[in-house]
Design a protein around this ligand. Structure first.
Ligand code: URA
Length: 215
């Protein structure tokens, strides 16, 4: 099972939370913290993935976004360019965002691990655990209205569960009070390009659109 990162243990004990740390900051202080976080992430050597990466992929989009997508980890194209979701899965994500009536620039897109796992394997629990403080602080600073977890690893990490994506998707969950909608990863959708799977992703995204309209 996923072991909670130390900061999360602190949250449970009421001692520390990235959200609480960020709560009182001015816009300027948040921006400084964001740039410092991105700088640390891009130079990170905390886990062995740094040895095989070309570039760490921190994330991109609107820091004021109401909607954040969290994927699994960079693939080849992302590793080369330093940008999230720019390969084939990214092109499908772009189409999903467009179908939701939004533009890629108005959401924020990032991953659970910031460096490419060799051969695009699933990141290990240890890699996810080591990388977690980056995503935790990133989400605290972004403070979105909704998070979409793309695929099992993102959903399991955010929701601290071992349930599979099939049972998690289509229902609202929460991460630190923020509503989370898990759905299938675009790369999975490309492999299982059936009307049923595409329909499920679309119905999940319609729940998100409806929530944002009412929020
Ligand atoms: N798949 C992911 O999970 N993230 C990316 O950035 C690209 C592909």
């Amino acid at each position: 099972p996923l072991t909670p990162a130390p900061a999360t243990i602190g949250v449970e004990a009421g001692l520390f939370s990235a959200q609480a740390e960020v709560a009182g900051l001015s816009a300027k202080e948040k921006e400084e913290q964001w740039l410092a976080l991105q700088g640390r992430c891009e130079k990170c050597t905390r886990c062995p993935l740094h040895r095989s990466r070309t570039r760490a992929v921190f994330g991109e989009g609107d820091q004021q976004a109401r909607l954040v997508f969290v994927g699994e980890g960079p693939g080849a194209e992302e590793d080369r360019t330093g940008r999230p979701f720019v390969g084939r899965a990214g092109q499908l994500l772009d189409r999903i965002i467009a179908a939701m009536g939004m533009r890629r620039q108005e959401v924020y897109i990032c991953n659970v691990v910031k460096c490419r796992p060799p051969g695009n394997r699933t990141p290990s629990e240890e890699e996810i655990h080591t990388c977690w403080p980056y995503l935790e602080e990133q989400l605290a600073l972004l403070s979105p209205k909704v998070i979409v977890a793309l695929g099992g690893p993102a959903a399991k990490t955010l929701l601290k569960t071992n349930l599979g994506i099939m049972s998690l998707r289509g229902h609202w969950h929460r991460y630190q009070g923020v509503p989370v909608m898990p759905t299938y990863h675009p790369a999975f959708v490309l492999r299982q390009y059936t009307p049923a799977i595409r329909g499920e992703v679309w119905s999940d995204m319609q729940l998100v659109v409806k929530f944002l309209k009412e929020a």
